[in-house]
Design a protein around this ligand. Structure first.
Ligand code: F6P
Length: 403
């Protein structure tokens, strides 16, 4: 079998996806991989043979540590859907020719539910070959099935909770009526938006309303509720998911503008907060501000969770171990074995129960009538945001590793 390993990153970034790359690299080297290659821009780059030798970039332990604290994706990403092997066999023949050329025995892909489709298709196609295909979970959306949570979520949740808290402070400075609508990513799962609830404690009232995509959004009820809240507290902050939909299934984001679509058929959701702000200004005559957290929530490495960085590294390492143990067609999942003290273990799980599926927030964690999040969510999320990594600075700016 092949002596080398190859690893790619795919989908949207997180602040800890590079920590998973560090885990795959370090453990592959420890287990005896001759060379660890990186695909530039995932499988799309691999098809163009855009491959680098990671041994040349990660020369020292300090390089690997710096990589763990570097946001975005060292190798670059893609949103590329592999065609069906039966319909376009040439794509697979090309990929496997390249893998043979580079003497690859171990193939790793770090990504979310769309990226796990790549592991599923390649491992199914390769049945009988001796190349092992293993997925490493990653997504700020936290919507992968089977795993307790996904690396990347804890850091994004910490950023969202912190930012909402800071926005609540800011929103109360003037003695006038205002609504700050904060738009949070997550497509059809409300895990990230629910993290707005982390802002609340005895010194902070937190977000006055939290709207998740798991619950149909009623614009009339929303306006009435904001109006009622403002009669008691003039300045409020409202957290909304980019993926909230009205009863007929249309995204709020598409009520005013048509949205573009990616190769997996996902609409590019943006504009929810802007739409709601103009609705509120028009109907209630209030000052409004739309805050779209956008890509900040997935690249704010200065607010990463140390727990998240460490778990991302462990998932990468566990993937390498699983591949060297002979496993293929699996993704590493996190299983929570204890809440107090918090403890998760890693385990390889069949990719067929993961790829292309979405896990949403349990409905009994959502108080839909009052636009609130219930306590079990806090018990679930609080351990994931714990700890702060040490950061090195150059000229006062955070230091990052680049190619
Ligand atoms: O896949 C994660 C994610 O961050 C989603 O929450 C968001 O809807 C999407 O990516 C945005 O994708 P892009 O970076 O392609 O605009």
């Amino acid at each position: 079998m092949g002596h080398n390993a190859i690893v790619g990153q795919s989908g949207g970034p997180t602040t800890v996806i590079n920590s998973s790359l560090a885990g795959v690299f370090s453990v592959c080297k420890r287990l005896g991989a001759k060379t660890v290659y990186g695909m530039r821009h995932g499988v799309q780059g691999l098809l163009k043979e855009d491959v680098i030798d990671l041994d040349g970039t990660l020369r020292t332990h300090a390089d690997v540590e710096l990589l763990q604290r570097t946001p975005a994706m060292l190798l670059g990403s893609c949103r590329y859907k592999l065609p069906d092997a039966a319909k376009e066999p040439a794509v697979y023949e090309r990929l496997f020719d390249i893998l043979r050329k580079y003497d690859i025995g171990y193939f790793f892909y770090i990504g979310g539910n769309d990226s796990m489709d790549t592991i599923l298709k390649l491992s199914d196609y390769a049945a009988g070959s001796d190349i092992r295909f293993v997925g490493v979970p990653k997504t700020i959306d936290n919507d992968l099935c089977v795993t307790d949570h996904t690396p990347g979520y804890g850091s994004a949740a910490k950023y969202i909770g912190t930012t909402v808290r800071e926005l609540v402070r800011d929103s109360t400075i003037y003695d006038l009526k205002s609504v700050t609508v904060v738009e949070i990513m997550g497509r059809n799962a409300g895990w990230l938006t629910a993290a707005a609830a982390l802002a609340e404690d005895e010194d902070c009232e937190g977000a006055a309303m939290i709207c998740l995509p798991e619950v149909a959004f009623d614009p009339e009820d929303f306006v009435a509720r904001v109006g009622a809240l403002q009669s008691r507290t003039p300045s409020i902050v409202v957290a909304v998911s980019e993926g909230i939909r009205v009863a007929d299934g249309r995204y709020v984001a598409e009520l005013s503008d048509a949205l573009s679509v990616d190769p997996f058929g996902h609409k590019n959701l943006t504009g929810t907060a802007r739409y709601l702000c103009s609705l509120l200004a028009h109907r209630l005559g209030t000052k409004t501000r739309a805050v779209e957290l956008s890509t900040l929530q997935r690249c704010a490495a200065h607010l990463s969770s140390l727990t998240d960085i460490e778990e991302a590294y462990r998932c990468g390492g566990a993937a390498a171990q699983a591949a060297f143990d002979g496993q293929t067609g699996v993704m590493i999942a996190l299983r929570r074995v204890s809440d107090n003290p918090y403890l998760c273990v890693t385990e390889p799980m069949d990719i067929h129960g993961i790829a292309n599926l979405e896990k949403t927030v349990p409905l009994d964690w959502i108080d839909a009538e009052n636009y609130r999040i219930r306590a079990p969510f806090l018990d679930y999320a609080l351990p994931l945001i714990k700890g702060e990594p040490s950061q090195t600075y150059v000229r006062g700016m955070p230091e990052h590793l680049t190619l």
